[in-house]
Design a protein. Structure first.
Length: 152
C-alpha cells in the first residue's frame, strides 16, 4: 500500500499525511511541484519529529511518478469527490496506490484516465469535500483494514 499526493498545495496537510504514514508504515509519493517550499516550517510542525520514520519519494512530475509504478500488481486508485464508488465498498489489494489530487484542483482529466479505479468518501448532500489529510487517513485506514496491513 502506498499514498501518492499530486501537487499538494498546503504544507500542513502534507505534514499530517507524512506523520500518519510514518505511524502506519506506509510509503508516500509526492508528485511535484508542491505549492510551498518543501522545507516549509508548517510542514515540519505538522509532521513533528516523524520525518525520520517515514519513507517518502519526491517525483519531479506525473511522468516521473508513473515510471516508478512498475509492478503489474500495483493499481492506482484515485480518490475524487467526482467518483461514484464509495471507498468502503471498494476491494483494495496489498499493492494499491491511493492517489489524492491537490487541494484546489484535484488531478487533470488525463490523469483520471490513467487510474485503475476511482472512489469517493460518501458525504452529506451539499458538502463539497473533506480535508485532504482527513480523506487520506480515512481511505488508508479502510485499505489497511481490508488488506490486513496495519502494523503489529
Amino acid at each position: 500500500m502506498r499514498i501518492a499526493l499530486y501537487q499538494p498545495e498546503i504544507a500542513g496537510n502534507l505534514g499530517t499525511i507524512l506523520r500518519t504514514c510514518a505511524c502506519l508504515d506506509v510509503p508516500v509519493d509526492i508528485i511535484e511541484p508542491c505549492g510551498f517550499p518543501f522545507s516549509d516550517r508548517s510542514l515540519k510542525r505538522a509532521g513533528m519529529d516523524y520525518f525520520e520514520h517515514v519513507r517518502y519519494t519526491r517525483h519531479a512530475d506525473w511522468d516521473a511518478f508513473r515510471a516508478t509504478v512498475d509492478s503489474p500488481e500495483s493499481r492506482i486508485i484515485l480518490l475524487s469527490s467526482k467518483a461514484e464508488a464509495p471507498h468502503h465498498r471498494f476491494a483494495y489489494r496489498e499493492n494499491d496506490i491511493l492517489l489524492f489530487g491537490s487541494e484546489g484542483s484535484g488531478v487533470p482529466l488525463t490523469i483520471h484516465d490513467q487510474c485503475d479505479g476511482r472512489i469517493t468518501i460518501p458525504m452529506k448532500p451539499g458538502m463539497r469535500s473533506l480535508n485532504l489529510a482527513v480523506s487520506a487517513g480515512m481511505a488508508l485506514g479502510e485499505a489497511l483494514r481490508q488488506t490486513g496491513q496495519f502494523p503489529e
